[in-house]
Design a protein around this ligand. Structure first.
Ligand code: RIB
Length: 311
């Protein structure tokens, strides 16, 4: 394998079973969906697809079950030109799934079953070391075992790669390992849990980011939904607002953001510029339904920005 890669993404592939509803169900309530779709998802696979559509060369390390859904997910990645040699098929195991409900305002509720994702192992990480060496940056999230995530970070540090950690869903990480991360991306809920400071808007996010810097992480991003994203360095804070859009489905907007920021960071070497663009790409993604089905290409993003600036 001689090909150089921009980004190597480690983590989950899920088939999303998506119900579009007027409103999200309450406890004990049975609702009929207005529409149902099976859409390729999983945080890591979404991030891999998003980065690839923005023009980055991407590899993926993960696991699917030896079943129909796994075949579909693998095919979806291959069609995007993503290197999938290290997405292993797991015998006697289901592919990961997510049950997603989306209301008429684009809010969602997601329940996952890890399936084969739970079998991603340190051996798999060792087996994919050639891909790691060929990559400039790695992205990982936490739809995998904690010790495997920590192992990936240690390996990536040893190989001097940019490490982007999306602490979603949040699990405790060894502080020594956390300090090896180059860029940490969390949403309001994750920032609250990590910092112990309740984050619900810009000023609380600012305080939480300062607290997170005490964990020796230099670059921190807290995504704030419709309020954009805060980029924090120990000595400066920047706030990027998204363009106004009509939200159809916010599923995978966070994944889109993580991938975009990494992709543009590698391309321009300027984190502020990368966050500005990532906020815009993510805003565009919420105007479409589904996870991978909503992720914009570079061309779609550029057209969107031209339209925005000429309005
Ligand atoms: O972030 C959105 C993703 O989370 C969905 O695609 C679902 O599969 C879950 O992993």
């Amino acid at each position: 394998m001689n090909k150089q890669l921009d980004i190597l993404v480690y983590g989950s592939l899920n088939m999303d079973f998506v119900a579009f509803l007027n409103n999200l169900p309450k406890k004990g309530e049975t609702l009929s969906a207005k529409e149902f779709s099976m859409i390729a998802g999983g945080k890591a696979a979404n991030q891999a697809v998003a980065a690839s559509r923005l023009g980055s060369s991407v590899g993926m390390v993960g696991r699917v079950g030896a079943d129909y859904l796994g075949e579909q997910l693998l095919m979806a990645l291959k069609q995007e030109g993503i290197i999938t040699d290290q997405v292993k098929s797991t015998p006697n195991c289901n592919t990961g799934i997510a049950m997603v409900s989306v209301d008429e305002f684009g809010n969602n509720m997601i329940v996952t079953d890890k399936g084969a994702n739970a079998f991603l192992s340190k051996e798999d990480i060792k087996d994919s070391e050639e891909l790691l060496r060929a990559s400039k940056a790695v992205i990982l999230q936490l739809e995998m075992e904690q010790d495997v995530a920590e192992y990936i970070i240690r390996k990536a540090r040893k190989n001097k790669k940019y490490i982007v950690l999306n602490l979603a869903p949040i699990v405790p990480i060894d502080p020594e390992v956390l300090a090896m991360v180059d860029l940490l991306v969390v949403n309001e809920t994750e920032a609250t849990q990590l910092s112990g400071i309740y984050v619900n808007e810009f000023s609380s996010a600012k305080v939480a980011a300062q607290e997170i810097h005490t964990k020796e992480i230099e670059n921190v991003i807290i995504t704030l939904g419709e309020n954009g994203a805060l980029l924090s360095f120990p000595s400066a804070i920047e706030h990027y607002l998204p363009p106004k859009v009509t939200v159809v489905d916010s599923t995978a907007a966070g994944d889109c953001f993580v991938a975009s920021v990494t992709s543009f960071w590698i391309r321009y070497g300027d984190l502020g510029k990368a966050v500005k663009k990532a906020v815009e790409v993510s805003a565009l993604s919420v105007t479409k339904k589904g996870a991978q089905s909503s992720l914009p290409t570079l061309q779609e993003y550029e057209n969107f920005i031209v339209k925005e600036t000429t309005q």
